[in-house]
Design a protein around this ligand. Structure first.
Ligand SMILES: [Zn+2]
Length: 332
């Protein structure tokens, strides 16, 4: 596995603070490869800000969780797997996304003319109008394990990037008492706005604690049954399972870029290009440019909004974590 320039690929770890710190703030980038440009920028800004850390607190940055996708401008990895659908238990029966089956021919076409793409998107939008938001989102984005060349393919086994990040967690974080994790993504929501998202039930202490730190967040309750799980296989859930003895507060910082139909169009085009098209062609390069720009808009205003929001969120997380102890888990 090599980068687009033929070179080696790496997932890098930056650590600042005591090696045995009981509290660690983790910021990760590039879980969805092509979204890594934004994640990398906010990580670089954070390092350059010359932080001073309170005692017994460390910072860990993980750069390029999916280095193949980052280098080759793909949201997915070298096996067309969406890593944020890959953190499931592969020893049990794979989840089935029945609704995706009806959409696969639209999302994963073999032939793709501009007219056909327009027609596919119009049909997807028509279907969306017949479903409630969660049903539609689950169908398109919930992940699937049946169509290896389709979109949101969760894979048939744990991927290289999953095994790598699990090893990183094990080596660096297994002694930590509290880990605040922020995984940086782009492509969903209003342009330039960075929304913090988290899975937590109302009675979980980190729901109230993070509300104090950050104000408004998007918190979704954990599904009570597997069938209710709209988005299985998230890396953050994998971290909670991997660090079972650690209090993990897992969040996603998601920045909006373009309207959802524009992002979806770029993802369909890129998926087609990688399976049926010619990447090294005029059309291929145009598709790659569009994919890059739906995850990192060519806009100084967008960039400055994103950096300012990251500075705010990371400062809030650091200040909050500096005051947090395991005892607050029981008393909240
Ligand atoms: Zn993402």
């Amino acid at each position: 596995m090599n980068g687009a320039d033929g070179g080696d690929l790496f997932t890098d770890v930056f650590w600042k603070g005591p090696k045995d710190a009981s509290r660690v703030l983790v910021i990760s980038s590039g879980t969805h490869g092509a979204e890594g440009f934004c994640g990398s920028a906010v990580q670089s800004q954070f390092v350059a800000s010359g932080l001073t850390l309170p005692d017994d607190l460390a910072i860990m940055l993980v750069h390029a969780i999916n280095p193949f996708g980052f280098s080759h401008l793909r949201r997915v990895n070298e096996e067309n797997v969406d890593l944020n659908r890959n953190f499931i238990d592969f020893d049990t029966e794979l989840p089935v996304n029945e609704a995706y089956r009806d959409l696969n021919h639209l999302l994963n076409p073999v032939e793709m003319t501009p007219e056909k793409l327009d027609a596919s998107l119009a049909e997807i939008m028509r279907l969306q109008s017949t479903m409630d938001f969660l049903t539609f989102f689950k169908a398109v984005s919930g992940g699937q394990h049946e169509f290896p060349a389709g979109v949101q393919f969760g894979g048939l086994e744990p991927q290289w990037s999953r095994k790598t990040i699990e090893r990183i967690w094990d080596v660096y974080l297994s002694k930590a008492e509290i880990v605040v994790q922020i995984d940086v993504h782009t492509g969903l929501g209003p342009s330039g706005v960075g929304v913090l998202m988290m899975a937590a039930n109302p009675d979980e202490p980190h729901k109230a604690i993070t509300a104090d730190w950050f104000g408004t967040m998007m918190v979704s309750p954990r599904p009570a049954r597997q069938e209710d799980n709209a988005f299985g296989g998230y890396m953050n859930a994998g971290m909670e399972q991997c660090l079972a003895d650690t209090w993990v507060i897992p969040m996603t910082l998601e920045y909006g870029t373009e309207p959802p139909e524009v992002v979806l169009r770029a993802m369909i085009e890129d998926n087609w290009l990688c399976h049926h098209g010619e990447i090294d062609s005029e059309r291929g390069r145009a598709i790659k440019e569009r994919l890059m720009r739906v995850f990192y808009p060519d806009s100084k205003v967008w960039e400055s909004q994103v950096l300012a929001r990251a500075e705010e969120v990371f400062a809030q997380a650091l200040a909050g974590l500096a005051e947090l102890s395991v005892a607050s888990k029981e008393t909240t």
